[in-house]
Design a protein around this ligand. Structure first.
Ligand SMILES: Nc1ncnc2c1ncn2[C@@H]1O[C@H](COP(=O)(O)OP(=O)(O)OP(=O)(O)O)[C@@H](O)[C@H]1O
Length: 235
């Protein structure tokens, strides 16, 4: 198992004449926490959906664990989409049943523990919860799988700053250590303390992929500062 977890070669995705990802080459190893960073429309969600097998590349190749996204890779990926996909009438505890049925790697006691730490009542229905609480429920479920790759599309967008810290600590302490977490976000200053690596996307191209330590050492600035410079309007 020494191959890279993610390998993209010349990965390109077009929507009609619009190019969302343009000849991406990158590799990501195991046990990493990786930030997928870029302005609106830079291709973050498209990349995540390609990894999940929800979209097919227009050209180039993409592999997770040496396999093109498909049935085999789906069983090792735990995916938090950018919007809620559960029916509103479901209770938090119904969702744990659902996950237990679907995923052999789901750890129900862990999910219940996380619900409790996040102040989520298992018998509450989603429709009675605030947007941020629904996000916490989803994240607790997603992180309670023992997956190899966690793909989190904007996991902390809707939650308050105190909950953000708690969620980031949850990500740090609760995921499978040999697994990799890739998360897209605009809240870079909030998340950069947990990141090992950052991938900067701009107009569907990787403009920088480096470890956070290298960025800090070589640039003498935080990832958030570097992002603001690279993507400054009018620059
Ligand atoms: N279904 C679609 N049909 C046509 N164009 C699309 C579609 N989905 C995305 N795009 C375009 O592809 C580009 C990349 O979109 P994507 O959603 O991957 O970006 P993003 O970095 O996730 O953006 P955001 O930060 O706003 O969520 C954008 O120009 C977007 O308009």
């Amino acid at each position: 198992m020494n191959q890279e977890l993610i390998t993209a070669r010349g990965l390109t995705k077009n929507y009609g004449s619009k190019s969302a990802l343009d000849h991406i080459d990158l590799t990501v190893g195991r046990g990493r926490i990786v930030g997928l960073l870029g302005p609106n429309g830079s291709g973050k969600t498209t990349f995540i959906k390609l990894l999940c097998g929800l979209l097919q590349p227009t050209s180039g190749t993409l592999e997770v664990n040496g396999n093109a996204p498909g049935v085999e890779t789906k069983s090792v990926i735990s995916y938090l989409p950018d919007r809620m996909y559960f029916a509103d009438w479901m209770k938090a505890c119904d969702l744990t049943d659902f996950f237990a049925d679907f995923y052999v790697d789901f750890d129900r006691p862990k999910a219940m523990e996380m619900f409790s730490a996040l102040g989520i009542q298992p018998n509450d229905r989603l429709k009675t919860m605030s947007k941020g609480t629904k996000e916490k429920v989803q994240l607790a479920l997603i992180m309670s799988r023992k997956a190899q790759l966690y793909l989190l599309d904007e996991p902390i967008g809707g939650v308050d700053p105190a909950a953000r810290d708690f969620i980031l600590n949850t990500i740090l302490t609760n995921y499978n250590e040999n697994g990799t977490v890739m998360l897209s976000t605009h809240l870079i200053s909030d998340i950069e303390r947990v990141l090992d690596e950052a991938i900067f996307l701009q107009n569907g191209k990787v403009v920088r992929h480096d470890t956070v330590d290298n960025i800090r050492e070589q640039e003498g600035k935080s990832v958030d500062q570097l992002f603001r410079e690279i993507f400054a309007y009018g620059s």
